[in-house]
Design a protein around this ligand. Structure first.
Ligand code: HEC
Length: 209
């Protein structure tokens, strides 16, 4: 496979998720019953990600589907605060899992495509948008490079909390961010979130070499 087609394949699930954020300018899906029935019967629920939740725009998706100039600052602030209030932090205070598992999750762009086995865990597809391990040649640049993330920022309680919030629900920090809400939309489990946290922050992770 060419590098470009690999990147396009890797990007697909992220694009599908982003589509829910950015598609219809009017802020609502077409209200055509046949079209909705077709969508409903073409996709299947996958763990916490349900077809109903994808077809129903939430407050963030409604707000951010409007042209940027039509997003009032006060409303953006309110919706962002609502998102922040829903972030779930690890109950046992353990933010870091296994970076080796994290690397697999970051590499994996599968999980939410219609052809994927619903019993297999979802990937995070982080490389589709971020550089991480400097030895990996295939990465996207929609998001900033995360190479050296833990080496540069350390692992203070503030950095752990900030990074968890970013990955759990980046819209709690930047309401119309292009990054998927991995925890909020139950794309990744709590343990998977710990593992990608370790990929970013563990001093032994290739990201920090
Ligand atoms: C569809 C593209 C996309 C995917 C996939 C994606 N991100 Fe992001 N990410 C972004 C963008 C764009 C930003 C820039 C900040 C913003 O949008 O507010 C960002 C920001 C971040 C930040 C904050 C960086 C900083 O400088 O503080 C972290 C941490 C992060 N992403 C981690 C991840 C991890 C881990 C994954 C995989 C589980 C991931 N991202 C997947 C697009 C993406």
């Amino acid at each position: 496979m060419s590098r470009m087609s690999m990147i396009i394949r890797a990007l697909l699930p992220a694009l599908l998720l982003a589509a829910a954020n950015t598609c219809p300018a009017a802020g609502a899906l077409p209200d055509d019953a046949a079209f909705r029935t077709m969508l409903q019967s073409s996709f299947q629920d996958k763990g916490g990600v349900t077809v109903a939740s994808i077809l129903q725009q939430d407050a963030v998706q409604k707000l951010c589907s409007r042209p940027r100039s039509e997003v009032p600052a006060a409303e953006a602030e309110r919706v962002q605060a609502e998102q922040a209030a829903q972030v779930v932090y690890p109950a046992d205070g353990k933010y870091l899992g296994d970076w080796r598992e994290g690397e697999k999750i970051a590499q994996n762009g599968r999980g939410l495509q219609f052809s994927d086995d619903p019993k297999e865990p979802n990937g995070g597809n982080c490389y589709a948008c971020h550089q991480l391990n400097p030895k990996e040649a295939a990465y996207g640049t929609l998001g900033p490079s995360l190479t050296g993330y833990g080496r540069l920022r350390g692992t203070s309680p503030e950095i752990l909390k900030y990074t968890w919030t970013r990955i759990y629900n980046t819209q709690a920090i930047n309401v119309c961010s292009m990054m998927p809400r991995f925890g909020h939309q139950r794309i990744l489990t709590e343990q998977q979130l710990r593992d990608v946290m370790a990929l970013l922050l563990d001093p032994a992770s290739p990201v920090n070499q």
